[in-house]
Design a protein around this ligand. Structure first.
Ligand code: HEC
Ligand code: HEC
Length: 291
């Protein structure tokens, strides 16, 4: 354990010299009602409100405690308040946060903020979310700093984590698959972050890529496997079964417990029928995976 931590710290130091391109800051400029609507539906699909709201009367004002096995971490204020929210941010700063997990001051976020999933979003979609968030009522609220155990209380460690586990960048469409499958993959891997719960994680809290959708544990609850495995997977579910579950949290085969209900209520039930079906088509096509 110690040597692994030591090498993590070492690679943190090595990665510390790398930097991301920082094109000149630009601002949102002209925005149409259409952009706002698209941003709103992406924000819903991403379940941003679920993690960024404590008091329903002040949506997106942040400060919600997210428990990880390394300690607690508080979500940020996404309202356009200038001092404590995103009011003073440029488009590029917002883009960098979601695509690279890099904060305004260049420090790194913890993956309790699912940027390892959001990195798959196109720049256009990321900026649509920003356009929507900018229409919210500004709320002054400064979230508390994270309460994580050593050595994770040093944000610089996240440089090592990113270097090791994080692959930024969008998904290239798979030309051998249908447009619907590609849309489903984009939603599931990106804004829907299904793998954040349904893929097992290693001891550093990173998804095990070779066991994608093999089933995971989140906040003590088991998120079943979603691959094509006979036992515990979705082999016996039809595309319609999956779509019905994502829409309503129930179907003939299952019915959602509290955690996924939150996902269903906040996120998937608000997706369009076409998007839900696309996710179902994508999941249904996953290989069986290791038992
Ligand atoms: C699973 C919980 C969770 C979800 C879902 C989530 N976030 Fe967050 N977010 C966090 C946490 C926790 C932080 C603080 C991370 C840190 O301090 O390192 C954060 C930080 C951020 C930040 C950095 C803000 C700042 O002031 O530095 C932005 C921007 C952000 N989230 C946007 C979003 C958007 C947009 C969505 C939806 C597409 C979203 N988040 C969904 C948990 C979440
Ligand atoms: C915050 C964690 C979380 C996220 C994110 C999440 N799920 Fe789940 N999901 C669960 C849990 C936990 C269950 C287990 C059922 C329960 O207890 O409600 C579940 C159950 C399911 C089931 C039923 C499986 C079965 O065998 O009963 C399906 C299908 C499913 N999720 C699909 C998805 C899809 C698709 C996404 C992405 C759009 C997603 N989930 C995102 C936590 C999550």
């Amino acid at each position: 354990m110690r040597t692994v931590l030591a090498s993590l710290l070492l690679c943190a130091a090595l990665a510390a010299s790398e930097s991301h391109a920082q094109p000149g800051a630009t601002s949102a400029g002209e925005t149409s009602a259409e952009d706002v609507a698209r941003g709103k539906s992406l924000t819903e699909a991403g379940g941003c409100a679920g993690c960024h709201t404590v008091d329903a009367a002040k949506p997106f004002a942040g400060g919600k405690r997210i428990d990880t096995r390394f300690g607690g971490i508080y979500s940020a204020n996404l309202t356009p308040d200038r001092d404590t929210g995103l009011g003073g941010w440029s488009d590029d700063e917002f883009y960098r946060a979601l695509r690279f997990g890099v904060a305004r001051d260049g420090s790194r976020y913890y993956p309790a903020f699912p940027y390892p999933n959001f990195t798959k979003l196109t720049r256009q979609d990321i900026l649509a979310i920003r356009v929507y968030l900018a229409t919210l009522t500004p709320v002054r609220n400064q979230p508390r700093p994270p309460e994580l155990s050593w050595p994770l209380n040093y944000r610089v460690v996240m440089r090592g984590w990113n270097w090791w586990f994080f692959k930024p960048g969008i998904l290239m469409p798979d030309q051998h698959k249908s447009a619907e499958w590609n849309r489903g993959r984009y939603l599931a891997e990106g804004v829907g972050r299904c793998g954040a719960c349904h893929t097992p994680k290693n001891m550093f809290g990173a998804e095990k890529r070779d066991q994608a959708y093999g089933g995971g544990r989140i906040a003590g609850v088991f998120a079943p496997r979603l691959d094509g495995a006979e036992n515990g997977g979705l082999k016996s579910w039809s595309v319609e079964d999956i779509a019905e579950y994502l829409q309503s949290g129930r179907n003939g085969r299952s019915h959602a417990g509290q955690l996924v209900s939150e996902v269903v209520v906040n996120s998937t039930s608000k997706m369009s029928e076409a998007d839900i079906r696309a996710i179902a088509v994508y999941l249904k096509d996953l290989p069986a995976g290791a038992p």
